[in-house]
Design a protein. Structure first.
Length: 533
């Protein structure tokens, strides 16, 4: 491995790359570079150029055609179990070379634990899906969803539902924060369903996603046309999508709204799944006073969510709701823990939090903190000042973790403004009714948590908040050791959320595979229905 572009040129089996050349896309089974100057991507830590991203001049129509004519038929020839075998081999190939992905991730500001959330999290998700498919899907190409329902008195006519593979493709448009996990969690169910994928990674971390695709291509474990990647914009691509296709989007609500109103969705009914912004809450129970284990668990979890991936997680806790009587104690405990966070270059001794993905992102987060601070005050950290270890605080996109306190919960800002960085707001509640009202003001979230050892309180909060959340974690001293945490999406469980969070659903075990298949009600004689197996 060489030092330029973290060795990307020496890893590029499909073609050379140098630090400021255009990042290649993988289309039609070949590595091809867009033209023009592209968008320059800088190292989040040093500010040095990493690559340029451009899809100018690439034939995206040919890529769609390749998916439809090559990838789709190749995948549809395989059974669910054969696709699971390919998926498992893909996960193994990535696992064997994951150190390369860690190293590239460091250039996006990710510490090793941050990179593991993305890389190992993605690989683990692929392994889980391969296993779920072997256990829960037939070694065939059709899912018979239910038993026949008699539709006549004589028993000669009945109906049932079948799930089959559409002749479409899955376009995934991903956010910058999880270049590997974001790709694999969408690829796994599409691949199992027999649907070829085109990945459009976010520009700031496209070089990490691209390298993962290079590893997969070198391993030769996926059928031809099953996976393509466009580095850069995708102008005109949605014009080619429609009924049989699936668009999986992760990113901001603004971009989601733009894509949702595209005729591919509104006119031609491509399936569209959105994971967007989310003002996730964590609730401290009234029983969890200082000295109780749940108080410490709440504080620890909040600090973890603020600092892992420098808070650039769609599921991170943005609103920490605590009983008014203990808000000073919580504030003091969180501030003390944040004081121990060491911000700096990934890999440097002692560093516990890395950088944001880029200077633009830091500007956005500072702006959002300013809006939140107008509704309350900053009680820990300074958005304009940060002590950095092993790097330059001006060239690198570093930010100190910032805790705000907003005593007036009727202010709209904490329920509307998402600071996509190491930022969270403490809000007091007085009684259960006010708590549940404040929780609902998030208007739909990906993840919520309630930290309490009082089963009655936990039950009331979970049931009242469930309809506003995709996932809720109930945390107490008994489950803490095995808990997967507030912010971690789990392959077996639904990831997504209503309202502001986009209204989508991903993961959730085989539900995500079914979402790529098409359900058809078939009516006929019992013999015909039995023959569909
Ligand atoms: P973004 O600006 O909306 O970009 C998301 C993706 O959309 C990128 O790949 C971007 O490509 C692409 N894109 C932008 N305009 C497009 C267009 N007209 N047509 C097709 N693709 C287009 O979001 P972001 O800044 O990357 O991510 C941060 C936001 O995502 C945060 O608000 C966060 O809450 C949300 N997020 C949500 C989840 C979740 O699971 N719910 C996960 C992570 C992040 P380019 O990069 O090339 O512009």
């Amino acid at each position: 491995m060489t030092s330029n572009l973290c060795g990307m040129s020496s890893w590029s089996e499909g073609g050379g790359t140098v630090a400021t050349s255009i990042l290649e896309s993988y289309l039609g089974g070949r590595w091809v570079a867009g033209s023009g100057t592209g968008v320059e991507v800088l190292d989040a830590v040093t500010g040095d150029p990493v690559t340029r991203v451009s899809s100018e001049g690439l034939d995206l129509g040919a890529a769609v055609d390749h998916a439809r004519r090559v990838g789709g038929p190749a995948l549809r020839e395989l059974t669910f179990h054969e696709r699971a075998t390919a998926l498992k081999a893909a996960a193994r190939a990535l696992d064997a070379r994951k150190a390369e992905l860690y190293e590239l991730s460091a250039r996006s500001g990710a510490t090793r634990p941050d990179a593991q959330v993305d890389v190992d999290g993605g690989i683990g998700t692929a392994f889980v899906y391969a296993s779920l498919a072997r256990k829960g899907l037939p070694d065939g190409t059709v899912v018979l969803e239910d038993d026949p329902v008699p539709l006549g008195r004589g028993g000669t006519f009945a109906g049932r539902h079948v799930l089959t593979t559409p002749r479409g493709l899955a376009l995934q448009v991903n956010a910058f924060n999880f270049p590997v996990w974001g790709m694999l969690e969408k690829l796994a169910p599409a691949l199992l369903a027999g649907v070829p994928t085109i990945v459009k990674p976010a520009t700031p971390t496209a070089y990490v996603a691209t390298h993962a695709v290079r590893i997969l291509e070198a391993a030769g474990v996926l059928p031809p046309g099953a996976l393509q990647l466009v580095a850069g914009g995708v102008p005109g691509l949605l014009d080619l999508l429609g009924g049989p296709d699936h668009i999986g989007f992760t990113g901001s609500a603004d971009t989601a709204a733009r894509l949702r109103s595209d005729p591919a969705v509104t006119l031609r009914s491509a399936r569209f799944n959105v994971e967007a912004d989310s003002l996730n809450c964590s609730v401290l129970g009234p029983d969890a006073v200082p000295g109780e284990p749940e108080f410490d668990l709440f504080v620890e979890q909040l600090v973890t969510e603020m600092t892992v991936k420098a808070g650039q997680k769609c599921t991170a806790i943005r609103r920490a709701l605590v009983p008014a009587e203990v808000i000073d104690d919580v504030q003091a405990a969180v501030a003390a823990a944040l004081d121990r966070v060491v911000v700096g270059a990934p890999g440097v001794d002692g560093v516990t939090m890395g950088a944001l993905v880029g200077l633009d992102q830091r500007t956005d987060v500072r702006h959002a903190v300013g809006r939140l601070a107008a509704a309350g005050r900053i009680v820990a950290g300074d958005p304009d000042k940060v002590d950095v270890v092993g790097a330059d605080d001006e060239r690198g996109a570093f930010l100190s973790p910032v805790l705000l306190r907003i005593d007036d919960v009727d202010r709209p800002e904490p329920h509307r403004v998402e600071a996509f960085g190491p930022v969270s707001s403490l809000l007091p509640y007085r009684g259960r009714a006010e708590l549940l009202d404040v929780v609902a003001r998030g208007e739909g979230s990906l993840a919520g948590s309630v930290v309490s050892a009082d089963p009655d309180f936990v039950r009331a909060v979970v049931l009242a908040a469930a309809a506003d959340h995709g996932r809720i974690l109930a945390l107490d001293r008994g489950s803490a050791a095995e808990s997967t945490g507030h912010g971690n999406a789990v392959a077996h469980l639904v990831h997504g959320g209503p309202g502001r969070a986009g209204g989508g659903e991903e993961l959730g075990g085989l539900r995500a595979v079914h979402a790529h298949l098409r359900r058809t009600a078939v009516q006929g004689s019992p013999g015909v229905l039995a023959s569909l197996a």
